[in-house]
Structure formats: structure tokens, C-alpha cells
Design a binder for this molecule. Structure first.
Ligand code: MN
Length: 704
């Protein structure tokens, strides 16, 4: 009761007496429910909910949340029901506790799935009430602080989960100090040796630099004062895991990471931030390209400050953060500043609005993900804190995760824009849709009314929104396309018996559907398109149903291919057929028709079943551009690539991909291009043009 008594005393500083008495009764309720239960450390269980409530009290969370914190494990670990909590403490508290309780001991196939389902449940509760996640984070923090007592396997699992999910969530919500502590604790349990070595080295380095840091600090303070600024200046230490991450990601040595001083300057208002910046740029020279204005463009978690890096004495970089007092509060407590400061500051309400928006986007994401494990994977990507800021053509700013491409941007603007995007201009330059966006890019998406998502986009999009929309679209499209292809294939098979498809009567379809165990006519056609049923077999069955003996077969016609059918008709990656090439179609089970050239080496090697081979022909009207690979042997001279690229562009083709063999100092080198051409004639024209370049010794098209 000693701990509890201290806590109630602390709480009386900001809570009313009646709130304290409710908390006392919640404490006794919880203590009685957990009676006889012990933590792995051997302490009575009640010490845990008490510690969680104490962490939350540091943010001055309201009595409901504190009550829920005291009760957060009773539903899961004891026989107490939600109804009882509702009756005693009211439904808001019961809802909070329910949101924090894992799903009833349902059997999940894997631990992974159980974790994902539980997480999904908590997330839905958190979207309704952000206090759920604040309590959960405090719970996790206390569990991490006492992780020593837990066995090694569980320790690893919890530490990894904390590093991958809970620390990033804390960061996303701007709860900086919890975020750092969670990361450092995870680091300590996941990599104990690295943690120990790094902690020791950091301690030593800090001792060594104390004097010089003091000198820099003094000169910064003096300069700010000379400029009439009333400023607080503090040295700033990076937390261990961020040092470790930087070393790993940028392949830096320990000395390189630590050889940086960090200062934080807090001033009265925004105006003073910029004056301080100017004053410091006059004291030490700024390092170009390092200045970031998060005041004009706040981070997604509401963080605001000016960042700059200066050349310090002895060439040591000095990283400076400049912000106002308000910004500083939000930088430290994030979404919790709402309870902590209770002010009506505009940046605070803006932060609440943004948090709400983010939670809503998570809800949308989980409803589209279809699968809880998949959703958890998406969420991990989404939580990756680094962001780039992109300008729309109208000058609006959008934040996207680092690595986002033009397609991600298109989907973040609007689903329809994503689904119909065909090209992009970035800073007025026409670039491929897969282009990774950089900070400050001005991006304009070009759409076409009949365009549709390309499955290949899934290889490079990074945002959950883009990924789930593309998937959803493809699932629906795939079916429609395979139905269309199936219709054409069946039409052709029936034509062999001089019977038009339209002649099949409704009752005949019904009969066919019933006896083939299909759901609908569409289903049968889709199966044909996907190669699960053979068109010739279905055609013969239809004739048998009519009772008419199969008429004599005529010379089969060809299925006409435009190349723009979508996923149901794919152009083989090995031989990359283009209009003008003699082609054949191979029906592969489950994935529709793949078009190869007659001389494709893959075909002669694999010898597919003749039943699955189809005569196909190019539609002479096709307007699409097709990919083709060529290889050039060129004299190894400076500027050859530019000449070749110019010639290709001149001939009206696009380069999709180029690779040049590493320079081994030889006279000749190989270049591999993937080009877009409209036909064989077009390709021939390009190759003719390339042969005229004196450095080009040989060209050939690559198949297989
Ligand atoms: Mn707990």
C-alpha cells in the first residue's frame, strides 16, 4: 500500500477528491481481482497496474483513463466481466478496459495471427478513443522496464514487437520520451552485447567532450543574448538506439556518429526562432543542405522546429534545433500534451485533428487489408517515421513515407487518380511512375479515363493505401478480364463447329452451369480464361447438350490479341513478343494466357501440352507500346551511352531500363536496353538507326 499511498498523494495535486476516491476503489477492486497472482519478478500482480497508472499520471491523464489503467488486466487475467466494470465504474471505463483486453482465448493457427488479430482489435478501440493506446503504451513501457524477469524467448519476442510496433506508434503520436525509452530497452534486450559496448563508449565520449561542449554552449548563449534573444540553450544527447541505427544505416563508425554536438534552443515565439537561426548562422557557418524548416512544414506527428547543422570549432558538426516553448512541449509529449497542458493553443488542436485523421486512415487500411497479418505488415511500413514532403500542382504540401513513388502520391491524392494514372511530371520533367519522390518535388499526375492499375506497381509502391487499392482493383479486374478472354476463347472453339456463341440458349447455359458445379455463366467463362477449363472441352459439351452431333470441324481461326487485354493475356517475359512476331498462346492453369514468339527458347525447352496451345494473331489495329530487349556491343568510349539514348529517342521509343556491363578496361562493352516499341517494323527502324552510330559494333534482339 506504500506505493499506492504515494501515488494517491501525487494525484491529489491535479485531481479532485471525488476522483481520488474513485481511483482508490478501483485500486482495491483490482487488488482483490488479482489476489494471489504474481508477476514473474515475484511481486504481487497489483504492482503492475499501479505502475502503469503512475506513468499515465505524469501526463496528467484524466480519472477515467487512470481507473482503466488500474483495471487494465482484470478482464484478461481474472474472472471479472465487462458488465461488472460497467456497473461499478461506468461504461467509458469499461470500454477502455475492453479495448485493452486481448481477444477471448480463441484458437488461432499461429502466434503471429493471434498477435495480429489482437492488435487489430486494439487499434479499432484506439481509433474511437486515443486514451486506449496511451494506456497500452504505458503498460508496454512498464513491462519493458521489468523485462529482465521474463524468460529469454519471451523477452526477445516482446522486445522485437516493441521495436517494430509500439515504439514507432509512440513516435507517430509524438510521445518522444516514451519512444526513446522503448527503443533503448528493446535494443538492450535484443542485442545485449552491442548495447553494452555502445553504452560504455557513449559514456566515455561524453566525459571527454564535456569541456568543449561547455565552450560551444557558452558562445551560443552569448551570441543569442547579443541579438536580444531570451533563450534557453541545452546540450542534447542522442539516445543509444538512434546512434546504433545511424551507424548501421549510414555505415558510419562510432567516432563519426558521436563526433557531433547537439543543442536545443527554446525561444519565446516563431519570429524569435528565425532570428536565432540567423544569429547562429553568423556565429558558425551552416552546412549546406542540412537546414530544415519544420515550423513551416510540421512533421506528421505535429513536431515543429528549425533544424540546422553548423561547422563547429575543429570542424565538428553542431546540430541545432530551434523552437518555441509550445513547440517544445508538443515535441516532448505529443498527443499527450492535450492532457498535460490543457491549453487551447492552435497547434495543439491541429495535432488532435491530425492524430484523428491518422487513426481514421488506419481504420480504412485495416478494412481494405482483408487479412490481419497483412494489415500488421502494412502498418509497420506506415509507421516508418521518415517522410518526404511533396508539392501538388496547386502548391499544397503532402507528406509521404520515404521511398514513396509517383504512384503512392497519386493514390494519396485520390483513389481515382491512382487507378487512372498513366504518367507523371516531377518538377516539370516527364518521368516513369516508379520514380521515387524527393523532398520538395512538385508532382503532377497525368491520368487517362480508361487507364487501370498495373500489377507491376505492386513491386514498388510503399504506402498501404496504394497497395490495398491496387490489389482490390486487380482482384475485380482480373475476374472481368478473364471472363472476356474466356468468351473469346469459347467463341473461337465454337466457331470450329460453325456455331456462334450467341446461339447458346439460356436453358443450355443453366444446364451447363449446374453440371459443371459453377456458380454462374461468368464463372465458367472466367475459368476458361484462366485455363482452368479448356474451351474445346466446354464447346464439345455444349454441342452434346443440344443433342446435335458435333458438325465437322473447320480450320480453326486465330484468337486476336491486342496486347492490352490486361492480366488475362500476358506477354511472356522470356521472349517479349511484339506485333509482327509470329506468336502462339499457352493457356496456363490459373493464370490465363501467356503469349510467346514461335521461336521462343522457353517453348522449345518446356514443350507444353498441345491442348493448351492456341493459335493467336496480332490485332493489326493495336495501339499499345510493347517492351522489347536488345543488346548492343559498343566501343568502350566516353559518351556512347548518350549517343545511343539520343538515337533511341529520335526513333520515337522510350527506354524502360538500361544496364551497362562494368568497365573492365576492354575495347568493347555490352549495353542492355529494354525499349518500348509499337511493332517489329518500329524496332527494325530503331536498330537501323543505331547501326549508323560508328561506335556500335553489333546489335541483337534478346529472347529468353
Ligand atoms: Mn498489463
Amino acid at each position: 500500500m506504500g506505493e499506492a499511498a504515494t501515488l494517491f498523494k501525487e494525484w491529489s495535486a491535479y485531481l479532485r477528491p471525488e476522483d481520488i476516491s474513485q481511483l482508490e476503489s478501483a485500486y482495491h477492486f483490482s487488488e482483490a481481482a488479482h489476489e494471489g497472482q504474481f508477476r514473474e519478478s515475484g511481486e504481487p500482480y497489483i504492482s503492475h497496474p499501479l505502475a502503469v497508472a503512475s506513468i499515465l499520471a505524469q501526463w496528467h491523464l484524466d480519472p477515467q483513463a487512470l481507473t482503466a489503467a488500474l483495471l487494465h488486466d482484470v478482464m484478461e487475467d481474472t474472472s471479472v466481466t465487462k458488465a461488472e466494470i460497467t456497473k461499478t465504474f461506468g461504461s467509458p471505463v469499461a470500454d477502455l478496459v475492453d479495448g485493452l483486453s486481448k481477444l477471448d482465448k480463441i484458437e488461432f493457427e499461429t502466434h503471429e495471427r493471434a498477435q495480429a488479430e489482437n492488435f487489430r482489435k486494439m487499434l479499432l478501440a484506439m481509433a474511437r478513443d486515443v486514451r486506449v493506446i496511451l494506456i497500452k503504451l504505458a503498460d508496454r513501457l512498464h513491462n519493458m522496464r521489468t523485462l529482465e524477469a521474463v524468460d529469454a524467448g519471451k523477452r526477445q519476442r516482446i522486445a522485437r514487437e516493441t521495436l517494430e510496433i509500439y515504439a514507432p506508434i509512440a513516435n507517430r503520436l509524438g510521445l518522444n520520451s516514451i519512444f526513446q525509452e522503448l527503443e533503448d530497452l528493446s535494443f538492450r534486450y535484443l542485442y545485449p552485447d552491442r548495447y553494452r559496448v555502445l553504452a560504455k563508449a557513449v559514456k566515455a565520449a561524453r566525459g571527454n567532450r564535456r569541456e568543449i561542449v561547455g565552450k560551444v554552449l557558452a558562445s551560443v548563449q552569448r551570441r543569442l543574448k547579443d541579438n536580444g534573444l531570451d533563450a534557453q540553450v541545452q546540450g542534447r544527447e542522442k539516445h543509444l538506439y538512434s546512434i546504433y541505427r545511424k551507424m548501421r544505416e549510414k555505415h558510419l563508425s562510432f567516432a563519426q556518429v558521436l563526433d557531433v554536438f547537439g543543442f536545443r534552443i527554446v525561444v519565446k515565439n516563431v519570429h524569435a526562432c528565425y532570428i536565432a537561426l540567423g544569429a547562429l548562422h553568423g556565429l558558425f557557418k551552416p552546412i549546406p543542405g542540412k537546414f530544415k524548416d519544420y515550423i513551416a512544414i510540421p512533421k506528421a506527428n505535429g513536431y515543429q522546429a528549425l533544424h540546422t547543422t553548423l561547422f563547429g570549432p575543429f570542424g565538428t558538426p553542431i546540430e541545432v534545433q530551434i523552437r518555441t516553448g509550445e513547440m517544445h512541449k508538443i515535441a516532448e509529449a505529443g498527443v499527450a500534451s492535450h492532457w498535460l497542458y490543457k491549453s487551447s493553443d492552435t497547434s495543439l488542436s491541429e495535432l488532435q485533428r491530425k492524430t484523428h485523421q491518422w487513426l481514421q486512415s488506419l481504420i480504412q487500411m485495416q478494412s481494405e487489408a482483408g487479412d490481419s497479418v497483412e494489415f500488421l505488415e502494412h502498418l509497420k511500413v506506415d509507421l516508418f517515421p521518415d517522410e518526404v514532403y511533396i508539392f501538388t500542382p496547386k502548391g499544397q504540401i503532402m507528406a509521404l513515407p520515404r521511398g514513396a513513388t509517383a504512384v503512392d502520391f497519386a493514390y494519396s491524392v485520390h483513389t481515382d487518380i491512382g487507378n487512372r494514372c498513366v504518367a507523371v511530371t516531377i518538377n516539370q520533367e516527364l518521368l516513369p511512375l516508379r520514380t521515387e519522390l524527393k523532398n520538395g518535388d512538385r508532382v503532377e499526375i497525368i491520368t487517362a479515363a480508361h487507364a487501370k492499375p498495373n500489377p507491376l506497381w505492386l513491386n514498388f509502391v510503399v504506402t498501404a493505401k496504394a497497395r490495398s487499392h491496387i490489389r482490390h482493383f486487380l482482384k475485380t479486374m482480373h475476374f472481368q478480364e478473364s471472363v472476356q478472354l474466356g468468351e473469346r476463347l469459347l467463341g473461337q472453339a465454337l466457331a470450329n463447329f460453325r456455331m456462334p456463341l450467341a446461339e447458346i440458349k439460356e436453358p443450355e447455359w443453366d444446364k451447363l452451369v449446374r453440371e459443371s458445379n459453377a456458380k454462374s455463366r461468368q464463372d465458367i467463362l472466367s475459368d476458361i480464361g484462366l485455363g482452368k477449363r479448356l474451351s474445346a472441352v466446354v464447346a464439345r459439351r455444349i454441342l452434346a447438350l443440344r443433342g446435335s452431333p458435333p458438325p465437322e470441324s473447320v480450320v480453326p481461326g486465330s484468337v486476336v490479341i491486342r496486347g492490352s487485354e490486361g492480366i488475362a493475356v500476358q506477354l511472356a517475359k522470356c521472349c517479349k513478343p511484339i506485333p509482327g512476331d509470329p506468336i502462339l498462346g499457352i493457356i496456363s492453369k490459373g493464370s490465363g494466357m501467356v503469349i510467346h514468339t514461335h521461336d521462343c527458347p522457353t517453348i522449345s525447352r518446356t514443350r507444353p501440352d498441345p491442348e493448351r496451345q492456341l493459335d493467336v494473331a496480332w490485332d493489326p489495329e493495336t495501339k499499345k507500346l510493347f517492351e522489347v530487349s536488345i543488346k548492343l556491343v559498343v566501343a568502350n568510349q566516353r559518351g556512347v551511352l548518350a549517343k545511343v539514348a539520343a538515337e533511341i529517342a529520335e526513333a520515337g521509343s522510350n527506354i524502360q531500363h538500361v544496364s551497362v556491363d562494368p568497365d573492365d578496361g576492354g575495347t568493347y562493352t555490352d549495353m542492355h536496353f529494354t525499349l518500348q516499341v509499337s511493332s517489329r517494323l518500329h524496332l527494325a527502324r530503331i536498330m537501323r538507326g543505331l547501326r549508323r552510330i560508328p561506335e556500335v559494333a553489333r546489335i541483337n534482339r534478346v529472347k529468353g
